[in-house]
Ligand binder design. Structure first.
Ligand code: ADP
Ligand code: MG
Length: 561
C-alpha cells in the first residue's frame, strides 16, 4: 500500500459537508437511496460501455449491488460491480461539487439564511449524504479502464480526505460507512431492508442485502397498465423525482407501436415547480430518461422533449433506439425528433382530454404550469405546433364572471359567424381591465374580450397572431373594434351617444383642443383625434399596429417621463 496523499475539499464541498454532517435531518435514511442510485448509475455506465465498445475487455462479473450490515463494528457497506473510478475521477467526483442539486441546495440555504435540515431532503445531496450518518467514510474503487489501479479514499471529519493506492480492490466501487453512535440502526438488517424497499424498488439491478435480493419489481413501463396500482405509480414517481413527499397530479401511461415503438410513463408533479427549477435547466435537459429494451441510454435526455415540457418526469423506452447511439447523434438524430414529435402531440392531447374530463383539476395544473405552456407557444422549436399548445391556455373573459376562465377554442365557438378577430386586453387585474378606456367600445358593442393578467400573456398573443384562422387583436388597436359589428342583441351605445352630449365641446373647440394636444405631445404621437366613443374616460392612447409597441411605449415613459 502506497503513501496516502492528503487533499483539501473544494470550499463549497467543505461547506456542504459541514452542514450535512451536523444536520439532525430526521430522514437521514435517504443516504441509502443516494448511494444505491450512484451504484446503479455506475452499473448502467458499465453496461453501456460493454454494449457500445467494440471488442473492449470482456469481463463477466454480474452487474449487482451488494449491501452488508455489520452490528459488531457498526458499519454499513455497499459494493457495486460498476464502472469504478480512476484517481483523477475520485478527486473530481468526490472532492468537488458538480451536482446541480448540491449547488441549488447551498444557494437556497444562503438565500434563506437558515441551515434547516429539511431542505437537505428537498434537494438530495448525493454521495455527501453518507456524512449525515457516518463519522468516517471509506471508498474503495477500481476503474474498468484498462491498467487501472485500485484506490482507497477516506474522509473523517470533513475538511480533507486521503487517497492511497489499495490492493485487492475488485473492479467497481465499495463504500464503507462507519456509523455515528445515534445512527446504529443502519447496521440492522431489518431496518435497512425496509428502507431499500421504500426508496429503491425500481433500481434496474439486483440489490442484495446480506446476500438476499430485495428488489424484485419489474420496470413499470414494461408492465400492462391494468397491473399497475396507484401505489406503484406513486412509488415510481417518488423514485424518479427523488422526493418522498411529492405527489403527482397527472400520470400518463403511453404505449404505441406506430409511428415507432414507445413504452412510456409520464408524471406531472402536483406542486408548482420552484422559481429555481423554472429558471434553471432551460438548456434542454428533460426530466425524462431514455431506455431501449429496459437498458438506460441516457438519464434526463436532452432533446427528447421540447423544453417547455421539462416539468414532466418519466421514462421513455423505445426498441427503435439503437443502444450505441452516440451523445452527438442523440442530439441530432431523426429518430429522436420523431420520438419528440410523437410524445409532444400525445402530451398535448392528454392535457386537452384532462381539461374536459375534470376541468377543476385541470385548472390546478394550468395555474401551476401556465408559464411553461406559454413558453411552448413562444418557443422556436414548437412553432409548427403553437396553435395546438395554445389550446391549453385559459384566460378570464368579459363574458364570464371574475375568476372563471375560457379557452381560445371556446371563445371562437361563441363568436358571431362573421367575426374575424379574437379580442384581448392586457391589464394587471380584472378591475383595471373592466374600467379601462380600451374596453369601453367593445363593451358597448357587446363583444367578448379575453382578459390577460400576466405580463407575458401579451407577448404570447403577439407571437401566436392567429388562432383557428381568427386574428388575435388587442383592444389597444381600437381600429379593429371600430370596424366590428355589435354582437347580436347588443345595441351600440357608442353610436347612440350618452347624456354627456349636452356638455359636448363645439366642434371648433374640440379641434382646437386636439391640435393643442398634438403640438404639446410633439413626437410622442402621430395624431390626436376627437372621438365620441369614450364614455367614462376623457382620453385614450391607441396604437395602429401591435408590435412590441406597448412595451416600447412603457419603457420610453420610464426613461423619458
Ligand atoms: P450525482 O450522482 O448526482 O452525480 P453524487 O454526489 O451522488 O452526485 O455523486 C458524485 C459523483 O461521484 C457521481 O457523479 C459519480 O461520478 C461518482 N460516484 C459516486 N458513487 C459512485 C460509484 N458507486 N461508482 C462510480 N462512481 C461513483
Ligand atoms: Mg448520485
Amino acid at each position: 500500500i502506497g503513501d496516502a496523499d492528503q487533499f483539501e475539499f473544494q470550499a463549497e464541498t467543505a461547506e456542504l459537508l459541514n452542514i450535512v454532517a451536523k444536520s439532525l435531518y430526521s430522514e437521514n435514511e435517504v443516504f441509502i437511496r443516494e448511494i444505491i442510485s450512484n451504484a446503479s448509475d455506475a452499473l448502467e455506465k458499465l453496461r453501456y460501455n460493454r454494449l457500445t465498445s467494440e471488442g473492449g475487455a470482456v469481463d463477466d462479473a454480474p452487474l449487482e449491488i451488494h449491501i452488508r450490515t455489520n452490528k459488531y463494528d457498526n458499519t454499513f457497506t455497499i459494493q457495486d460491480t460498476g464502472i469504478g473510478m480512476t484517481k483523477e475521477e475520485l478527486v473530481k467526483n468526490l472532492g468537488m461539487i458538480a451536482r446541480s442539486g448540491s449547488k441549488a441546495f447551498l444557494e437556497s440555504m444562503k438565500e434563506k439564511g437558515d441551515a434547516s435540515s429539511s431542505i437537505i431532503g428537498q434537494f438530495g445531496v448525493g454521495f455527501y449524504s453518507t456524512f449525515m450518518v457516518g463519522d468516517k467514510v471509506t471508498v474503495y474503487t477500481k476503474s474498468h479502464e484498462q491498467g487501472s489501479m485500485g484506490y482507497s479514499w477516506t474522509c473523517e471529519g470533513g475538511v480533507s480526505y486521503k487517497i492511497s493506492e489499495a490492493e485487492a480492490v475488485s473492479p467497481g466501487t465499495k463504500i464503507v460507512v462507519t456509523l455515528k453512535p445515534d445512527c446504529r440502526k443502519f447496521a440492522e438488517d431489518g431496518t435497512v431492508e425496509q428502507i431499500i424497499k421504500k426508496h429503491s424498488t425500481f433500481v434496474g439491478f439486483p440489490v442484495r442485502l446480506n446476500g438476499k435480493v430485495i428488489n424484485t419489481v419489474q420496470p413499470l413501463w414494461t408492465m400492462e397498465q391494468k397491473d399497475i396500482s396507484d401505489e406503484h405509480h406513486l412509488n415510481f414517481f417518488q423514485y424518479l423525482s427523488g422526493n418522498d413527499h411529492e405527489h403527482y397530479l397527472y400520470k400518463l401511461f403511453y404505449k404505441t407501436d406506430a409511428p415507432l415503438n414507445i413504452r412510456s410513463i409520464f408524471y406531472v408533479a402536483e406542486e408548482r415547480p420552484t422559481l429555481l427549477e423554472m429558471t434553471q435547466n432551460t438548456t434542454g435537459t428533460s426530466g425524462v430518461s431514455l431506455y431501449s429494451r429496459k437498458i438506460l441510454v441516457q438519464h434526463n435526455t436532452e432533446n427528447l422533449l421540447p423544453k417547455w415540457l421539462r416539468f414532466l418526469r418519466g421514462v421513455v423506452d423505445s426498441e427503435d433506439i439503437p443502444l450505441n447511439l452516440s451523445r452527438e447523434l442523440l442530439q441530432n438524430s431523426a429518430l429522436i425528433r420523431k420520438l419528440r414529435e410523437t410524445i409532444t402531440s400525445r402530451m398535448i392531447r392528454f392535457f386537452l382530454e384532462q381539461s374536459r374530463k375534470d376541468p377543476e383539476k385541470y385548472l390546478k395544473f394550468h395555474e401551476n404550469y401556465k408559464m411553461f405552456i406559454t413558453e411552448g407557444v413562444l418557443a422556436e422549436e414548437t412553432q409548427d405546433k403553437k396553435e395546438e399548445v395554445a389550446q391549453l391556455l385559459r384566460y378570464e373573459s368579459s363574458s364570464l364572471p371574475a375568476g372563471e376562465v375560457t379557452s381560445l377554442h371556446d371563445y371562437v365557438s361563441r363568436m358571431e359567424t362573421d367575426q374575424r378577430n379574437i379580442l384581448y386586453l392586457c391589464a394587471p387585474n380584472r378591475h383595471l381591465a373592466e374600467t379601462s378606456p380600451y374596453f369601453e367600445a367593445a363593451k358597448s358593442k357587446g363583444l367578448e374580450v379575453l382578459f390577460c393578467f400576466d405580463a407575458y400573456d401579451e407577448l404570447m398573443m403577439l407571437q401566436l397572431k392567429t388562432f383557428d384562422s381568427k386574428q388575435l387583436s388587442s383592444l389597444e388597436n381600437q381600429a379593429v373594434v371600430d370596424q366590428m359589428k355589435p354582437h347580436d342583441g347588443a345595441k351600440d351605445e357608442s353610436i347612440v351617444g350618452s347624456d354627456s352630449a349636452e356638455i359636448k365641446l363645439s366642434s371648433s373647440d374640440g379641434a382646437g383642443l386636439a391640435s393643442w394636444a398634438k403640438l404639446s405631445l410633439d413626437e410622442k404621437v402621430t395624431d390626436v383625434k376627437l372621438t365620441d366613443k369614450l364614455d367614462k374616460h376623457p382620453a385614450m392612447v391607441t396604437v395602429w399596429e401591435m408590435g412590441s409597441v406597448r412595451h416600447f411605449i412603457k419603457s420610453q415613459y420610464l426613461t423619458n417621463p
